[in-house]
Design a protein around this ligand. Structure first.
Ligand SMILES: NC(=O)c1ccc[n+]([C@@H]2O[C@H](COP(=O)([O-])OP(=O)(O)OC[C@H]3O[C@@H](n4cnc5c(N)ncnc54)[C@H](O)[C@@H]3O)[C@@H](O)[C@H]2O)c1
Ligand SMILES: [Zn+2]
Length: 374
């Protein structure tokens, strides 16, 4: 018998009712009883990718069956390129062929790709069945599993077809990070750095101090970071599930980050582009006189400690970055909007808004200056 873990727990008040996010080492061992409590169902479809399925999906199915639950594993080929409508329809057809009914529950166990895809299958299957998110990557634990956004990528862009479908429960067990490649850990920690930068200086300082231990997979600091990021993101999402107000602060680093990703034809991972985006957007704040001078340096140092470059990646031409920026949905009257920091731990708020419009010429100057330095 394993000792029962007392998980860290946060409740999110979503539009379709409250749901719980649990973080705790060894929680996967208690999944059967958690499902019975929070998502009772006649049958469970566990969706995983080709990496996570053999590692955690198969043993979980055995444990669920041992506990008397009716559970079946459905895997798909790992990778962002498979987060598409073809995989969505394939999974849906396989669930239909296996006779899963409206009284079923889907368990999305994996990284953000599995969470988004599995969540979207659940959102649409028989007009919606419950989903339990079991994030296994740091990106998924810290970011993707919280907030109810699900969807797939299409030819016209990433995440353009999807639905809000809040889970019944999120179960994050940091022990599974042991098998996550270090480069993937680094990607997740960039979103954690963002949470500290926009909301919590003490957390940012903790990340500065503990980054190597976290990346090395040291249990206690890793669990603390996941729990604090979950708490911070949950707080924002609870206030603003549909992204009308304060949720906007989560876009810090992402306005330029997305433009950089697109300008590199998505050959640069999201976290790497966002790391650079955060530093550039902090510089923008400094040049506009709203961001404190130490902010850029602290961001650069922490990004370096994550092991990622702080400069604009090679292959992202300034002209392309500006073209993608102009097509950003947040552009109004030709001026892109940016979430700016006043200091580490606080976003600059002006005119009752969490983001500020910035003249194109100011952004062009910044991007050009930064590119030429690299
Ligand atoms: N819905 C949201 O709010 C939201 C937020 C952020 C990101 N996302 C989405 O998340 C996706 C990125 O997530 P990701 O970085 O987790 O990608 P991913 O799901 O592809 O996982 C990264 C890699 O790690 C592997 N993996 C995951 N957990 C593992 C483990 N414990 N051990 C070994 N290998 C493991 C996966 O098989 C994959 O190869 C993107 O599609 C992005 O759009 C969604
Ligand atoms: Zn992001």
């Amino acid at each position: 018998m394993t000792d029962k873990v007392t998980p860290f727990s946060v409740t999110i008040s979503g539009a379709s009712g409250p749901y719980r996010v649990l973080v705790g080492r060894g929680l996967l061992d208690s999944l059967a009883s958690l499902l019975e409590e929070y998502a009772p169902a006649h049958r469970y479809a566990l969706v995983s990718d080709s990496n996570v399925g053999p590692l955690y999906g198969e043993p979980t199915i055995l444990r669920l069956k041992d506990a008397g639950l009716n559970a079946e594993l459905f895997t798909f080929e790992a990778g962002e390129r498979n987060k598409n409508r073809t995989t969505w329809s394939d999974l849906t057809d396989r669930l239909l062929a296996a006779g899963f009914g409206r009284d079923s529950c889907l368990i999305a166990m994996g990284g953000g790709v599995t969470g988004d895809l599995g969540g979207f299958v659940a959102a649409t299957y028989m007009r919606g069945i419950p989903v339990v998110q079991v994030p296994t990557s740091l990106v998924a634990m810290i970011d993707a599993s919280i907030g109810g956004k699900t969807g797939v990528d299409v030819g016209a862009g990433k995440n353009l077809v999807g639905a809000f479908h809040a889970p019944n429960l999120v179960v994050a067990d940091p022990d599974v990070v042991a098998t996550l490649p270090r480069a993937e850990r680094a990607q997740g920690m960039i979103e954690a750095v963002k949470h500290g930068a926009i909301m919590d200086e003490a957390y940012f300082t903790e990340l500065e101090r503990e980054m190597q231990a976290i990346l090395d997979g040291e249990a206690a600091p890793l669990e603390r970071a996941v729990a604090r990021s979950v708490e911070l993101k949950s707080g924002v999402v609870s206030e603003d599930e549909r992204e009308a107000g304060r949720r906007e602060i989560l876009n810090f680093g992402h306005t330029l980050g997305h433009a950089i990703e697109a300008a590199c034809s998505f050959r640069v991972p999201h976290g790497t582009a966002v790391a650079c985006g955060m530093i550039l957007e902090a510089r923008l704040g400094v040049s506009l006189g709203v961001t404190g001078p130490d902010v850029v340096e602290r961001l650069e140092r922490v990004v370096e400690s994550v092991g990622l470059p702080s400069g604009i990646p090679k292959g992202a031409a300034p002209g392309d970055i500006m073209t993608y920026l102009a097509s950003d949905k947040k552009v109004r009257h030709g001026r892109a909007r940016f979430v700016l920091l006043s200091r580490i731990g606080a976003v600059h708020v002006a005119d009752d808004s969490w983001s500020q419009p910035v003249d194109e010429s100011t952004v062009v100057d910044l991007v050009n200056a930064f590119v030429s330095r690299g």
